[in-house]
Design a protein around this ligand. Structure first.
Ligand code: SF4
Length: 471
């Protein structure tokens, strides 16, 4: 049995941020090579602290869905997942045994050697006659973000440029950057060929690929002609970012295989995880309420809906029949705002999901990530709470300043944020004698302050927290 975990950054504000990770998880799930594909996030749920608990097997491969190495892949993810590793990840990855699971943490997908092929495919999409006989000389610009803080994050752009130099398809290949020398604005002096194909080495389409790069390069669309450049007339073909190419799913699978090496048959079923879900399914078959929803068994299927929609004819609600559909219906509150913390009491109404017994666990995982595993562990007296001081001490970078928060400041923010959340703060010594496993729908433990609360405490310490602040 094998589990694959894809780790994304996520966002407290932007509901689209997790979209690429969702899509790759779905593509890989369809291939059926892993028993499960689970997503985890820094700023959404399941969080990096929770995600290993949500895996069903004892053989877990963790892939950071980042385009390059850097602060998140080397510091934040290993720290938050408790991998006992900090700093550059070796090419063979990091392997640890954590809580009875063998966990293999790989380099981010963007540094895999097959990314050169993805760059080439993007270049061909932008310029289909690339490499044809009789076509004019063509230059390739591999365009990275660049940062002076971490040289590892730029190395991958240079390495790919070097690999593509050897293909013989380009008269010249340049690595240029947005935020670092050599800067992309210098391209007319550096690049001589009459045709130039520019491939952004970026994870997703966004502000940089849609605005900053075109602005810095003077591009007006997918094809731009520059009649008076220092080396004569040049035509620039602007490709789409590499990170959104469907081939990334292949890169992820290759990385996962390489991480496994000769890892044998895989792991076993995780015992606590299996017990938690068996207990949950027993209750679901009888009909139950959990959080803000009710689950009703119907002819071998399960209907999930908002408990306040009880009694409304099914035809008056929007029906979905997949876990992904349920996830998408509940990603935003009724005002259309992103819900980074799923247990906040703002679940929208007006939908119902009709699901098979196989799909119900995945749907519940999308609706309320990690509550079954943590709720069951708490009921079994096996959930360990992490006090605020420990969470604060662990923070680095811009969040290190939460260490300065006074207990009164933390409590003030928690009163505001956590009062809207179903969870009970075990990390602040609140008591939760019973859980939804004992028939109390809203009784869900919170073992550790979430990153949303940490971000709000940071705003409080910075004196920037006003009504409606968020991240
Ligand atoms: Fe909910 Fe507060 Fe726990 Fe975050 S820290 S999950 S808002 S109870």
């Amino acid at each position: 049995m094998r589990s694959l975990v894809l780790i994304g950054h996520g966002s407290h504000l932007n509901g689209e941020s997790a979209g690429a990770v969702y899509r790759y998880a779905e593509l890989i799930r369809e291939r059926g090579l892993f028993d499960e594909v689970v997503e985890g996030y820094w700023k959404e749920e399941p969080s990096l602290r929770q995600v290993l608990k949500t895996t069903a097997s004892t053989d877990v491969t963790v892939i950071p869905m980042f385009i390059s190495e850097g602060y998140f892949t080397e510091t934040v993810i290993p720290r938050e997942m408790g991998l006992g590793h900090q700093g550059p990840v070796p090419p063979e990855g990091v392997a640890r045994v954590l809580g009875g699971k063998t966990v293999r943490y790989t380099l981010p997908y963007g540094v895999h050697s097959s990314m050169a092929d993805v760059i080439l495919e993007r270049a061909r999409e932008a310029l289909p006659d690339l490499g044809d006989e009789g076509t004019p000389p063509t230059a390739l610009v591999v365009l990275g973000h660049g940062t002076t803080r971490n040289e590892n994050s730029n190395r991958v752009v240079y390495e790919n440029a070097e690999r593509l130099r050897h293909t013989g398809l380009f008269s010249e290949v340049e690595a240029l950057f947005l935020d670092e020398d050599p800067k992309v604005g210098l391209w007319p002096e550096r690049v001589r060929a009459p045709r130039v194909v520019v491939v952004p080495f970026f994870a997703s389409e966004g502000w940089h690929t849609l605005e900053t790069i075109p602005e810095d390069m003077g591009l007006t669309g997918a094809v731009t002609v520059f009649p008076q450049n220092p080396h004569g007339t040049q035509t620039v073909y602007y490709a789409r970012p590499v990170g959104t190419h469907a081939r990334i799913a292949e890169v992820i699978l290759q990385l996962a295989e390489e991480a496994r090496g000769t890892g044998g048959r895989g792991g076993d079923e995780d015992r606590l995880h299996a017990q938690a879900w068996a207990a949950f399914m027993t209750m679901a078959r009888r009909g139950m309420r959990v959080g803000e929803v009710m689950i009703t068994p119907q002819l071998g299927m399960f209907e999930v809906r908002h408990a306040l929609d009880e009694g409304i004819p099914g035809g008056d609600l929007t029906t979905t029949v997949t876990p992904e559909g349920l996830r998408d219906h509940t990603r935003r509150d009724e005002g259309g705002h992103h819900r980074p913390v799923h247990t906040l009491r703002n679940l929208p109404r007006g939908w119902r999901a009709v699901l098979s017994e196989t799909d119900l666990p995945r749907a519940m995982h999308a609706l309320y990530p990690a509550i079954v595993e943590e709720g069951y562990a708490h009921q079994q007296h096996a959930l360990r709470a992490t006090p605020w001081a420990t969470t604060a001490r662990r923070q680095t970078g811009i969040y290190a300043k939460v260490q300065k928060a006074t207990p009164e400041q933390v409590e003030h923010v928690a009163e505001d944020v956590c009062s809207g959340c179903l969870r009970t703060r075990l990390w602040a010594s609140e008591q939760l004698p019973r859980t939804f496993f004992d028939g109390v729908p809203g009784a869900i433990p919170c073992a550790e302050a979430c990153t949303y609360l940490v971000a709000e405490v940071r705003e409080e310490v910075s004196g920037k927290r006003g009504s409606g602040s968020g991240h």
